[in-house]
Design a protein around this ligand. Structure first.
Ligand code: ATP
Ligand code: MG
Length: 459
């Protein structure tokens, strides 16, 4: 027996099906908004994250899996995916086309050396989007609304959206000065992390989770008092857009986010499951002003977010948001005897290419055992094949729920199954039953009703 590496987990069977479902919904939503898929390497140069995520972030300070490869290069397992996506866009010269915004989505594993706990792993999966080349705060609002809509499509009803603004450079510099003055007289009594944050990036202190420190943070100056006119206006526009779209939000002035590249609007999606468990934010993101140019691209701004698939799967399981995920087998083929077993391999394949999810018993079991197997696979119908059936070119179809039984000729098998399983849209070979010799050289496929007949396939 080998144990899992601490902080990692297997995603198997039903759990894997849940992950795929979540990822599909998130990807489909991104596609509805015109985003295209990006797949970038899991390993990147360490320098990429130092430059982007930033050396004052917890991620770079203590959470990265960094190693030297055999060629002496410093490599890091990606702790987040934004930096890699932006790097790929720069490398592919996507910004040279100036068709802004450039919009991409991604799905995949991230690695952070954190203390494992509920909702927190060392290898976890993120889905995220990046929208780059933003010149209007309406675009930030669209990004936030897309995150919100994805959660609605997943079945969430009461997501809490927290938003804040970190302002522009000027607002932030003034604010940081005020924070340094304020925390200067408290820092001796705060946690060691905060002492480090005070030196590296005082904004980070607002993110401290220590309850005693949080009391001190409560009375710290607020960013809203330091915003430039421009920064204020952008934030107002975003809030108005969210109001217009009927997306509820809370302004949370202590929200600063853990990555150094953010500026402007930042946001987090929170949800407490009905079991009252807190898995942390299910998604988060924000606007970034300098990230693209830091990575070698032009001076353009972007906005994006990432969702944690593990956390989504946990809250959705707690709140039964997966009720539509059924794992059924359409047809279980039950052969009786050696001859029927061989024939059933072919029958099952015929059903699969016809669009049915189908399993076949090849182990020479008796009838009652095969029914048990069919039940364990949640099969809807069984097809029973014996020597008699083969001799007469017919099959017995059994509805496993109602126990109703039908005898059909092999010619009518598909038609009957389509009817029983409500399969719509099958292309029937109506013109020639799929066995004409025209080699596509007739015009029976031209007419509207014969569209998709075998002749057109041959063409
Ligand atoms: P947190 O404040 O919970 O540490 P974060 O700000 O570090 O989150 P991001 O870097 O913004 O998180 O990542 C986006 C999303 O990825 C989070 O909202 C969360 O759902 C998920 N996530 C982050 N870290 C982990 C982890 N260690 N395990 C599982 N999911 C995670
Ligand atoms: Mg974190």
């Amino acid at each position: 027996m080998f144990n899992l590496v601490k902080g990692t987990h297997d995603v198997i069977l039903d759990e894997a099906q849940k992950y795929t479902y979540i990822e599909n919904v998130l990807q489909n939503t991104a596609q509805l908004f015109g985003y295209k898929e990006f797949r970038t390497p899991i390993i990147e140069t360490s320098e990429l994250f130092l430059r982007s995520v930033g050396d004052s972030s917890d991620i770079v300070r203590k959470e990265m899996y960094t190693f030297e490869d055999k060629g002496g290069r410093s490599i890091t397992l990606r702790p987040e995916i934004t930096a890699g996506i932006v790097r790929s866009m720069v490398n592919a010269k996507l910004f040279a086309m100036q068709d802004y915004p450039v919009k991409g989505y991604y799905t995949g594993p991230c690695f952070r050396y954190e203390r494992p706990q509920q909702g927190r792993y060392r290898q976890f999966n993120q889905f995220g989007i990046e929208c780059i080349g933003i010149t209007s705060p309406h675009r930030d609002a669209e990004v936030i609304s897309m995150g919100f809509d994805s959660l609605v499509f997943l079945g969430f009803e009461n997501v809490t959206l927290k938003i804040n603004t970190l302002g522009d450079d000027e607002s932030r510099e003034n604010y940081k000065k005020a924070l340094r003055d304020y925390f200067g007289s408290h820092i001796e009594n705060m946690c060691n992390d905060c002492k480090e944050r005070y030196q590296l990036n005082v904004l980070r202190i607002l993110d401290c989770k220590d309850p005693d420190d949080q009391e001190i943070v409560k009375n710290a100056p607020k960013i809203s008092d330091f915003l430039s006119e421009n920064a204020k206006q952008s934030f107002e526009t975003i809030k108005k857009d969210l109001d217009f779209l009927n997306i509820p939000y809370e302004v949370d002035e202590s929200l600063v986010r853990g990555l150094d590249y953010y500026s402007g609007v930042v946001f987090e999606f929170h949800y407490t499951s009905s079991k009252g468990k807190n898995y942390g934010a299910i998604g988060a993101g924000g606007h970034y002003g300098k990230l693209v140019s830091e990575i070698g691209g032009p001076e353009v701004e972007g906005c994006g977010y990432a969702m944690g698939i593990e956390r989504l799967a946990s809250v959705m399981s707690d709140d039964n948001l997966f009720e539509d995920l059924t794992d059924t087998t359409d047809i279980y083929v039950m052969p009786l005897g050696e001859r029927a077993t061989a024939a059933s391999l072919g029958i099952a394949n015929y059903l699969r290419v016809s669009g049915y999810n189908c399993e076949v018993c090849l182990e020479g079991k008796g009838m009652s055992q095969m029914f048990k197997k069919a039940e364990r696979r949640n099969a809807l119908y069984a097809i029973i094949v014996g020597d008699n059936e083969l001799d007469n070119d017919e099959f017995v179809i059994k509805n496993l729920a109602s126990q109703e039984q039908f005898k059909v000729s092999s010619d009518d098998l598909l038609k009957k199954l389509d009817e029983l399983l409500n399969f719509e849209g099958r292309k029937h070979f109506e013109c020639c039953d799929g066995d004409c010799d025209c080699d596509g050289d007739c015009d029976c496929a031209e007419s509207e009703e014969n569209k998709g007949c075998c002749c057109s396939h041959k063409e």
